[in-house]
Unconditional design. Structure first.
Length: 582
């Protein structure tokens, strides 16, 4: 009997051991696991999409293939792109090399397992080389997933219990979603910059650790190798690290700066080596050979407040299509008032740097894009304090998060790459017609209608539901419900009417015209509607209302018996605006 019982006892002991190992890998209990599942589904939503190509993606892809052949020129690139620089009679990618260098090993692995033949036989893009989409799983989907995980952990540190909501709201309700489906460098570089900030936060919260300082510098430096404006993030994160309490002495500051600076220098080495191989100089970058970039400082002149207004408020504006980011600004102020001033100032510093630089750039929206793509780097910074707004103002936060997720889901599923403000009408039009971008289901012959888009819809819906389940319960009253409804109404009216009535869209088209596109005022696409977002706003506002109603029905405080609101002394018990239930 004893000999037969021993294996059973061992197996019973092995199961708790496995559970303990799982708890160490995924700390925090059931809510943390729900949060992780929500983030994985949000990443899957980006992974199932197969978007149309663009010149920017082709430039990255041509550079990857060139590096795979042992060269830096893209003269014979398989997909000629306008995003290239002419230098001494040869063409080079206009993109920074960081994303291509990072993606190169994965591309070679795909080639080794025969992925190119599989890609070309797929019906999703009618015979085009879909290796760019395979590479995108590594180059933009995975970085987007990691970035959402970082937002979750940082948001949990700032406001416990709100990390899952914040990560999914930012990951699905901002430009991170469409750009996680396309081989641009923005999501990858944003992940690097925010990772540097997250490591810096960890270092400041514990004992001084030179290795963490160097790691933050390395992440920020390689961010610059991937996208040059990440230098702003590197500077802000460096100042944030130098502001550590107890490190005011000259030697302490020098030591911290030295560790961070050495890490940053190591991160820039790949860029310098690429420049040397391509152009014969460690400091020569491809941008310097593009005519439009030769005005001002690589195309950047003095900041323009009118251009900044278009970046934020026109029909493709950051706050127009992602109103939940308004609550990120509110949360940053709450963070400052709550005593975490260094973090609030670092977030503000990154946002201001990018707003000033982008408003002085000759092509503010970056050409074909659903929104101001150069501002993607600020999204995790501005988004991570949303949890503070959720606790303080739950009604408006949930309502605008629902509207943002619906807006970006429609944009991503239909036609994310638009070039003019009047193009934005196509988002609601294609939704009404049931015409979508290709997905994994399309690759298996299910078409581009509702039968093909269902993997994306299920992933987005599942991520939202799991994020809600991972968020602690809120007590809500009529005041919060009215606040949420009022926020939806105000945003909807502004997004549908203000870009036209206030001339914001017109100023955006002027910027495109001045950048050298004569068609900005010459075409009337998709019917030439004067109010292109009207239909889209109705869909998004409906989603926000559903989210608000669901929160009211599932999270509200249970009814109290008559007389329970009065204290024994006869005084009325004050009702909290919002609070957490354990």
């Amino acid at each position: 009997m004893d000999a037969h019982e021993a294996p059973a006892d061992a197996s019973r002991g092995a199961a708790p051991a496995r559970r303990d190992t799982l708890r160490r890998l995924i700390p925090g209990g059931p809510r943390a696991r729900l949060a992780l599942a929500a983030i994985l589904l949000a990443g899957l939503a980006a992974g199932v999409m197969i978007e149309n190509w663009s010149a920017n993606q082709s430039s990255h892809y041509d550079l990857i293939r060139a590096l795979d052949d042992g060269r830096t020129r893209i003269d014979s690139g398989p997909y000629p792109t306008i995003d290239r620089a002419l230098f001494k009679g040869h063409y080079y990618s206009a993109r920074a090399p960081g994303l291509a260098l990072y993606s190169l090993p994965f591309y070679e692995l795909l080639e080794g397992v025969g992925a190119p033949g599989l890609a070309r036989s797929s019906p999703a893009l009618h015979g085009e080389d879909e290796m760019v989409d395979f590479v995108g799983w590594w180059g933009n989907v995975l970085p987007g997933l990691i970035l959402m995980g970082l937002i979750w952990r940082v948001a949990e540190r700032l406001e416990p219990g709100c990390g899952a909501f914040t990560a999914v709201a930012v990951g699905l309700g901002t430009l991170l979603l469409p750009f996680s489906t396309m081989l641009f460098s923005h999501v990858f570089s944003a992940m690097l910059g925010f990772a540097a900030f997250a490591v810096a936060m960890r270092e400041r919260a514990g004992p001084p650790r030179p290795l963490l300082l160097a790691a933050a510098g390395l992440l920020a430096g390689y961010g610059v190798s991937s996208e040059y404006p990440l230098a702003f993030v590197a500077i802000v994160v460096g100042l944030y690290l130098l502001s550590r309490p107890g490190s005011r002495g000259g030697r302490a500051l020098a030591a911290r700066l030295g560790c961070y600076g050495l890490g940053a220098l190591a991160g820039i080495v790949p860029l310098a080596l690429y420049n040397r191989a391509a152009f014969g100089s460690f400091t020569h970058v491809a941008y310097s050979n593009i005519p439009q970039q030769q005005k001002g400082f690589f195309g950047i002149t003095a900041p323009n407040p009118k251009v900044l207004a278009t970046l934020l408020l026109d029909s493709r504006g950051l706050l127009t299509i992602s109103p939940v980011l308004i609550l990120g600004g509110v949360g940053t102020w709450l963070l400052f008032r709550g005593g975490r001033r260094a973090e609030a100032l670092a977030i503000t510093g990154v946002c201001l740097c990018y707003a000033l630089y982008n408003s002085g750039y000759y092509l503010p929206f970056g050409g074909t894009s659903p929104g101001p793509r150069f501002l993607i780097t600020v999204l995790p910074f501005l988004g991570c304090p949303i949890g503070l707004s959720l606790k303080r103002y739950p009604g408006p936060t949930v309502a605008l998060a629902g509207a943002s997720v619906m807006t970006l889901a429609i944009i991503t599923a239909t036609h994310p790459l638009v070039i003019y403000e009047t193009n934005t009408l196509v988002w609601a039009k294609l939704l009404g017609q049931g015409e979508f971008q290709a997905t994994i289901a399309t690759a298996f012959g299910l078409g581009r209608g509702w039968s093909g888009i269902w993997p994306f819809v299920l992933a987005v819906g599942g991520a939202v539901l799991l994020a809600g389940a991972a968020t602690p319960r809120l007590r809500l009253g009529p005041r919060e419900l009215v606040g949420g409804a009022g926020s939806l109404l105000a945003w909807g009216l502004f997004a549908a009417l203000a870009p036209t009535l206030l001339g914001i869209d017109h100023r955006a088209l002027e910027s495109i015209f001045k950048a050298g596109d004569p068609k900005a005022f010459a075409v009337r696409l998709h019917g030439g509607s004067s109010y292109p977002l009207t239909s889209l706003v109705l869909y998004a506002a409906g989603a926000g209302a559903v989210a608000l109603a669901a929160m009211w029905a599932l999270r509200r405080e249970p009814p109290k018996p008559p007389g329970a609101r009065r204290l024994q002394s006869g005084r009325r018990r004050p009702r909290p605006v919002s609070s957490w239930r354990p």
